[in-house]
Write a protein that binds this ligand. Structure first.
Ligand code: SAM
Length: 445
């Protein structure tokens, strides 16, 4: 065994930490002392030069003209491209990217979005425009705009065509669509402070798992008693932007209503109560109704009522929805008014709440369900024990910082949904891939 392996295999004796040897705390920050210290040279070499040849080989295995219409090919290539960037970057470069470049880019994009820069850039056929021309159209300060746009271009999100002259990219064009662009100001104004204050909150609470929906990291950061939904909806336009963001997050992703995902005909439509007021699907916390709209588009002639429920401020903000979809104000912390529906459906709702609150929401639904007939459909991420997808873990970071809640593993879901007091059982789980929300079907026991 080499000296290095011997060291890797060594266990740190517990009293080493307890007596302050090798580790010390200062103002809530724990600074581990590494022995022997890591040389600065490590931070200045590529993060993983040994991996580069293998990554290049797998990239070239996709060929010169990979079929990017095939999402598996595109995502596979993208994962390798990301691996390559991570392997080539030095740790110092990665650190600057995380600490300056990405937050700076987010700041610059949000400011330009609020000003309307991307709309101007995409207008007039998307011809290149000087910053002075954009500033004149928007009646804004060209000096600051010059700096913001330079960073966005340096990060590759708009195209620099000449000094201080830019053309749009497909990314910047997409920002002009509210369901894509509104995530920036909404999270900047109503969420990210909670992420930056999170380490401070955790140190103050001795790193206990946040579970308090009235005194969690969000309330600490925003100095409020409100939860994120309440805060955003009472600080418009954040609430409207959030509703759009929910519409944008789901675009282009596999959905349970796709024909190859969940057998809708066999499990929902077959056996459906034929009476005229029977409800097929009640979307609880369904936001602006994008899921029911998609269901109606795919199952045009499905029988039964489609009922969309959310808080009044969300329901009132709906601008377009298929006329067959009923809009209903409903607080899911209160009695479920639609009884005996074929299915009660919740998409990305339970992940917003810790277990005790989820149980109270689920109890209301279980009470409305008809034994042997009603189903509960939960459309959520299931975090695998290994190899979790980055979009799902990113959402978990949002959950812990914004809601004192979590993305759940399979055993978390079973523990929650089959809690004895709910009287529910999981009858099946349908999944189409890592990082795509699964559909969990439950019935009354
Ligand atoms: C993360 S969003 C998910 C929205 C939608 N299901 C989707 O997947 O796009 C959570 C939704 O729960 C709604 N919500 C929050 N508190 C609620 C309550 N007490 N009663 C009903 N809906 C609520 C929010 O307004 C929001 O639309």
């Amino acid at each position: 065994m080499t000296a290095a392996t011997q060291q890797e295999n060594q266990t740190v004796p517990e009293n080493e930490l307890a007596n302050g040897n090798g580790i010390y705390g200062k103002e809530g920050v724990i600074v581990p002392v590494v022995n022997p210290p890591v040389d600065i040279g490590v931070a200045l070499c590529p993060c993983d030069s040994d991996a580069v040849p293998e990554i290049l080989k797998s990239i070239s295995s996709f060929g010169d003209d990979p079929s990017l219409d095939n999402d598996n090919t595109r995502l596979g290539l993208l994962a390798k491209a990301r691996d390559l960037v991570r392997a080539l970057e030095t740790p110092r470069e990665t650190m600057i990217k995380h600490c300056w470049a990405q937050p700076g880019c987010y700041t610059a994009i949000t400011s330009c979005y609020n000003l309307g820069v991307f709309s101007v850039l995409a207008s007039y056929g998307g011809r290149p425009k000087k910053v002075t021309e954009i500033a004149r159209i928007l009646r804004t300060n060209p000096e600051v705009l010059t700096r913001l746009m330079k960073h966005i271009a340096a990060m590759g999100y708009i195209k620099e065509t000449d000094p201080d002259e830019y053309a749009p990219t497909n990314f910047s064009r997409s920002l002009t669509i509210p369901i894509i662009g509104d995530g920036y100001p909404c999270l900047a104004g109503g969420a990210h402070k909670s992420c930056s204050k999170f380490p401070e909150y955790m140190a103050k609470t001795n790193y206990a798992t946040p579970t308090d929906v009235q005194a969690g990291p969000y309330q600490y950061a925003f100095n409020t008693k409100m939860n994120m939904f309440e805060y955003m909806q009472s600080n418009q336009p954040l609430g409207k932007q959030f509703n759009h963001h929910m519409g944008g997050y789901r675009q282009g992703r596999p959905s349970w209503v796709d024909f190859n995902f969940y057998p809708v005909e066999e499990r929902l439509i077959k056996g459906m109560d034929a009476s005229p007021d029977a409800a097929l699907l009640v979307d609880v916390g369904g936001s602006l109704g994008h899921d029911l709209q998609e269901f109606r588009n795919k199952y045009e002639n499905a029988p039964g009522r489609l009922v969309l429920q959310d808080l009044p401020i969300v329901i009132d903000a709906i601008q377009q929805l298929h006329p067959s979809i009923e809009r209903m104000n409903h607080d899911f912390h209160t009695e479920q008014p639609v009884k005996d529906a074929r299915a009660y459906y919740m998409h990305s709702v339970l992940h917003d709440w810790p277990d005790d609150v989820c149980k109270s929401i689920l109890k209301r639904l279980a009470a409305a369900m008809k034994p042997g007939y009603s189903k509960l459909l939960i459309n959520e991420n299931i975090i695998p024990d290994k190899g979790a997808d980055w979009q799902a873990t990113a959402l978990d970071m949002m959950m812990i910082t914004l809601f004192s809640s979590k993305e759940r593993t399979k055993s978390d879901w079973y523990r929650l949904l089959e809690s004895p007091e709910l009287g529910l059982k999981v009858v099946g789980i349908w999944s189409v891939g890592n990082g795509v929300e699964s559909l969990i079907e439950c019935e009354l026991k």
